[in-house]
Design a protein around this ligand. Structure first.
Ligand SMILES: *Cc1c(COP(=O)(O)O)cnc(C)c1O
Length: 220
């Protein structure tokens, strides 16, 4: 009997398809299910289907939803994909397994201290303001090398670069640019691609895709 077609299966099949075209292994592409705004009732069916890697964009919301689930499922992996205030650095280090929004010197300093204090090195992506947008988080492209150097000095393990391209225009050039900046800086992980463009991101080298609405439905 065929298994039912669920959003998770459809997204996984799209990932497999893009990986095949790109001649990449699916195992090199992490699907992060972005569950922001959705309650535990919406998260449980994905866990039941085998999904273990999730992402949230707010520390406080994650603190309300995840500690109980993590006790139940010790193999859950939780990523922070939203802007992080320095005064939440200790909470973020305690709760998350990976942080995608390292984007400024003050946060390097706060996270460095929080990791040292907790004795817990949380892998981070440096978020790049790839479309040079005023309102967006992320480090300016020109400032990436200095921020990476500061993170090294603070003993923060930076594993790659992350971006959220400008809305409403073709994302591919921005994904390609992020890949180029990562390569120039000796980084091999790329957090890029969301519900509307994760296949494109995979063709351009994404190692982590952050998919919300394609899995959970539209947010209010
Ligand atoms: C919400 C969010 C996503 C997921 O967006 P969808 O379009 O719902 O897939 C990915 N990355 C970040 C940083 C987000 O805030």
């Amino acid at each position: 009997m065929n298994e039912p077609v669920t959003p998770l299966r459809e997204v996984r099949e799209s990932i497999d398809h893009a990986a095949r075209i790109a001649q990449r292994e699916t195992s090199g592409i992490e699907l992060i299910a972005i569950s922001k705004t959705h309650g535990v009732d919406a998260i449980r069916p994905l866990i039941a289907e085998g999904q273990r890697v999730f992402g949230e964009n707010r520390v406080q919301e994650a603190q309300e939803k995840w500690p109980a689930l993590r006790e139940e499922y010790p193999d859950l992996v939780l990523h922070l994909v939203g802007q992080l205030q320095s005064n939440k650095a200790e909470d973020a280090v305690a709760l998350f397994d990976c942080i995608h929004s390292l984007d400024r010197p003050s946060l390097v300093s706060a996270l460095g201290k929080a990791m040292a204090k907790a004795g817990r090195q949380v892998p981070c992506f440096v978020q790049v303001n790839i479309g040079d947008e005023d309102q967006k988080g992320g480090c300016a492209i020109a400032d990436v090398p200095a921020l990476l150097e500061a993170a090294r000095e603070a003993d923060i393990p930076v594993i790659g670069l992350m971006c959220v391209p400008p809305l409403g225009i073709e994302a591919a050039p921005f994904f390609a640019l992020l890949a180029k900046i990562a390569q120039e800086n000796g980084l091999d992980q790329l957090s890029m691609g969301m519900s509307g463009d994760f296949e494109t991101a995979i063709l351009l080298g994404a190692t982590h895709v952050r998919v919300g609405s394609a899995l959970f439905g539209a947010r209010d």
